[in-house]
Design a protein around this ligand. Structure first.
Ligand SMILES: CC(C)(COP(=O)(O)OP(=O)(O)OC[C@H]1O[C@@H](n2cnc3c(N)ncnc32)[C@H](O)[C@@H]1OP(=O)(O)O)[C@@H](O)C(=O)NCCC(=O)NCCS
Length: 171
């Protein structure tokens, strides 16, 4: 299994694989922006937009690739705001359900942190609705700052809370 940053061409090539991961995660109940039923075409539309954002360098798109296919992904969003050049936001950490609990999520986050340090960032922030992700973030040093109730919906309906985390990475 290898983790790498996809350049614009690689991102466009891997859109169908990334879309399958997203569709699987939503179908399995992850609250990651989308509602069920969530079609592959919608997932492809989302990752087409992300590939273009990667081409504009608005998103750093990571993929975990096993046997030539992407099985996990995460995004690092540099903030556009001139007063926050030191902060990056982590988004859409997704591992296909057939490939979980093998350390891929942790390796994706370690790759994000390495890249963030290379870019000179000193702070990473994120929010999540996933208990699995919460344990992972806590284990690798993210601090929980609080919970906003009823922040989003689960993909099959009903409110879910969002838990906010940060990690200082300058030391
Ligand atoms: C959250 C998510 C990305 C975690 O991915 P993952 O690849 O399973 O993460 P890891 O394998 O690094 O860690 C998961 C667990 O597997 C365990 N694990 C890691 N390697 C292992 C191994 N070789 N054997 C057994 N267990 C292992 C970890 O200790 C961890 O244990 P925990 O459940 O007690 O925390 C994944 O569950 C997912 O995609 N969920 C749906 C989408 C989502 O909610 N994303 C979060 C949005 S912020």
């Amino acid at each position: 299994m290898e983790i790498g940053i996809l350049d614009a061409g690689q991102a466009r090539q891997r859109i169908p694989e990334l879309a399958l991961i997203l569709q699987d995660c939503v179908a399995k109940g992850a609250s990651v922006s989308f509602m069920n039923p969530f079609s592959l075409a919608e997932a492809i539309g989302y990752f087409t937009d992300i590939a273009e954002a990667a081409a504009r360098e608005e998103v750093v798109l990571f993929a975990a690739v096993e046997n030539g296919r992407a099985v996990g992904t995460v995004q690092l969003h540099p903030t556009w705001k001139p007063n926050q050049p030191h902060r990056g936001e982590i988004a859409k950490m997704l591992v296909h359900s057939a490939h979980r609990k093998q350390g891929i999520g942790q390796k994706l986050l370690e790759s994000v942190e390495l890249e963030a340090k290379k870019r000179g960032y000193s702070l990473l922030t994120l929010d999540t609705a996933s208990g699995d992700a919460e344990r992972l973030y806590a284990r690798i040093g993210y601090k929980m700052v609080g919970i906003i109730p009823n922040y989003a919906l689960w993909p099959d309906g009903g409110y879910c809370d969002a838990v906010f985390y940060y990690k200082l990475i300058d030391g």
